[in-house]
Design a protein around this ligand. Structure first.
Ligand SMILES: [Zn+2]
Length: 178
């Protein structure tokens, strides 16, 4: 009998022990599984981050190519415009009444109007006016267009002179009378 009791006890103890060992094995398995899951989650994140970086990189390359293309198109357009402008200038310069073209242009008329508005309807040299003295007023280039074509559109290079004063001035004079 005592041996039977002993065997029973032993088997209970074994059972408890083996349950304990099962539990600890199970815990270990769980821990490993969690670690594996965490690892796979981590690597998934890394893959996604790498994909994202790659996408950004590709997008920035596409943007650069796009910018480059637009820049080239713009340069082509500008050089075409420059050619057209050159041709137009050449045509104007070769024309026998190139002066007339300048003085007939809308741009000059508007600049001339602006000069009268700014400097008044009075000769800057003799002070006569169309209303009081019946003179004809000219908008004169202080530095002549023939010598300083780059200043032909500068309002600061303009002055109001009556016809007499302007004709008396001569082509080489660049006295500022205002
Ligand atoms: Zn005058």
């Amino acid at each position: 009998m005592p041996s039977l009791l002993f065997r029973m006890l032993t088997s209970v103890v074994r059972g408890v022990r083996s349950f304990g060992s099962y539990e600890s094995t199970k815990n270990q398995v769980d821990t490993e599984e969690i670690a594996r899951e965490a690892e796979s989650l981590q690597s998934e994140r890394e893959v996604k981050a790498a994909e994202w970086r790659e996408e950004c990189f590709q997008a920035s390359i596409r943007r650069q190519i796009d910018l480059q293309n637009r820049k080239e198109a713009e340069e082509r357009r500008l050089s075409e415009l420059a050619l057209i402008q050159q041709a137009a200038n050449a045509a104007t310069e070769n024309s026998p009444d190139s002066g007339d073209i300048f003085y007939r242009s809308a741009r000059w008329r508007s600049l001339r109007y602006e000069a009268f508005r700014r400097y008044g309807r009075r000769c800057s040299l003799c002070g006569r006016t169309p209303n009081d003295n019946g003179v004809v007023l000219h908008v004169d280039h202080i530095k002549p267009r023939s010598r300083n074509p780059e200043l032909q559109w500068e309002i600061d290079n303009l002055q109001i002179l009556c016809e007499d004063c302007n004709l008396g001035k001569g082509a080489k004079d660049s006295t500022r009378w205002r």
